[in-house]
Design a protein around this ligand. Structure first.
Ligand SMILES: NC(=O)c1ccc[n+]([C@@H]2O[C@H](COP(=O)([O-])OP(=O)(O)OC[C@H]3O[C@@H](n4cnc5c(N)ncnc54)[C@H](O)[C@@H]3O)[C@@H](O)[C@H]2O)c1
Length: 344
């Protein structure tokens, strides 16, 4: 592809994160243009497109797939639509950047991977933590042998409180499919080359116990055993009153590396109440750079300017296998072998 021409991208799903990604494509990327927005909600695509000087607004994603002027799509709809949209996009010859989770079943994940391969389009998944400076430097330190052999790994997601969402509108198992899936990808990526063998998960509705009977879960701890001996812990909670808290840690025979900080900056405020610091409150503030770098990587890969470094469809399938094992583990209250879910 001619690297002088920008990549023409369409956004599918103009909601909270889609709007942010559209702004990234339109304003923060090199060699990319936002050429269309699609969303079935009345007025949503038009409003976002107008705010970003983008001409085309569609109410049906099929219009994007039929548009020969679109090179690539970014899918940011609710999770259950990701697979059919990614497969249709690939079959239309569009490169695909898909928000997590790419799929909700292993068969769906394989359908996306197969469609991208058959149509020879790029497929990247939105595991943005890999693009955060602390996490990427942590991974580089592990690769360089600085912590020796990894033995204990940790990744956590605590979403910022207060928790104002209606738990009845959140699909069951979201904590595994959509929240902890980030942590599963992080742990797999930090422990590169190793395969997860067994998962044990406990989960509860500690933030909204009143919604537990409907299947709502907002708090979970997961242990993962890997085939290189390492043991990992992932945990999540939907309501951290002090901010958006994303952290990782890898401990090994020679040392330890920690990644991520809820503190927004090095600012310290000292007053009559003592010392305080600002904390992150929103993913779109914390991860501006990571969200931008991940889509820039997608663009650079499609334009042939750099080699693809992931996260790939296969990476998404592996993280999904852990999420599915967690769901089975919570249901059965037993450890679950990954081989019972998928061959990784
Ligand atoms: N990587 C991250 O850090 C991150 C952060 C937030 C959300 N996400 C993921 O992004 C996805 C979207 O999350 P959100 O919070 O923006 O959701 P949202 O509900 O705010 O937005 C979803 C949008 O998709 C539209 N939509 C629904 N069906 C559609 C279809 N078939 N075609 C096109 N548009 C359709 C809706 O009208 C809505 O505007 C989820 O999968 C979520 O897990 C990822």
């Amino acid at each position: 592809m001619n690297t002088k021409k920008p990549l023409k991208m369409a956004l599918i799903g103009a909601g909270r994160i889609g709007s942010f990604h559209a702004e990234t494509i339109a304003r923060r990327l090199h060699n990319a243009r936002l050429v269309a927005v699609a969303d079935p909600a009345p007025g949503a695509a038009r409003k976002l497109a107008d705010s970003l000087d983008c001409e085309l607004a569609y109410t049906d994603p099929q219009q994007v797939f039929a548009d020969p002027d679109v090179d690539a799509v970014l899918i940011a709809t609710p999770a259950r639509f990701h697979t059919p949209l990614a497969v249709s996009a690939a079959n239309a010859g569009k490169h695909v950047f898909c928000e997590k989770p790419m799929a909700l079943t292993i068969a769906e994940a394989e359908a996306v991977i197969e469609a991208a391969a058959r149509n020879q389009v790029q497929l990247q998944v939105g595991f943005n933590r890999r693009w955060d400076r602390a996490f990427s430097e942590g991974r580089a330190a592990i690769d360089a042998g600085r912590i020796g052999t990894p033995q204990l790994l940790r990744s956590l997601t605590r979403d910022p409180g207060p928790f104002n969402a209606d738990p009845l509108k959140i699909p069951n198992w979201t904590i595994f499919y959509e929240t902890l899936i980030h942590d599963f990808d992080t742990l797999l990526w930090l422990n590169a080359g190793a395969k997860p063998v067994e998962v044990y998960a406990v989960a509860d509705a500690l933030v909204r116990p009143d919604a537990k009977d409907s299947g709502h879960l907002d708090t979970a701890v997961v242990t993962i055993r890997f085939d290189n001996g390492a043991i990992a812990v992932a945990e999540a909670n939907f309501c951290a009153m002090y901010g958006y808290d994303i952290r990782g840690e890898a401990f090994g025979s020679g040392g330890m590396v920690t990644m991520g900080d809820v503190k927004k900056s090095s600012l310290r405020l000292l007053d009559k109440d003592g010392e305080s610091a600002d904390t992150w409150r929103l993913d779109t503030h914390h991860f501006v750079e990571a969200y931008t770098l991940q889509i820039q990587h997608f663009v650079d890969t499609v334009l042939g300017n750099t080699a693809f470094a992931g996260p790939s469809g296969r990476d998404a399938r592996s993280a999904l296998a852990i999420a599915l094992a967690c769901i089975e583990s919570v249901r059965s209250r037993q450890p679950v072998r990954i081989s019972a879910i998928a061959e990784l």
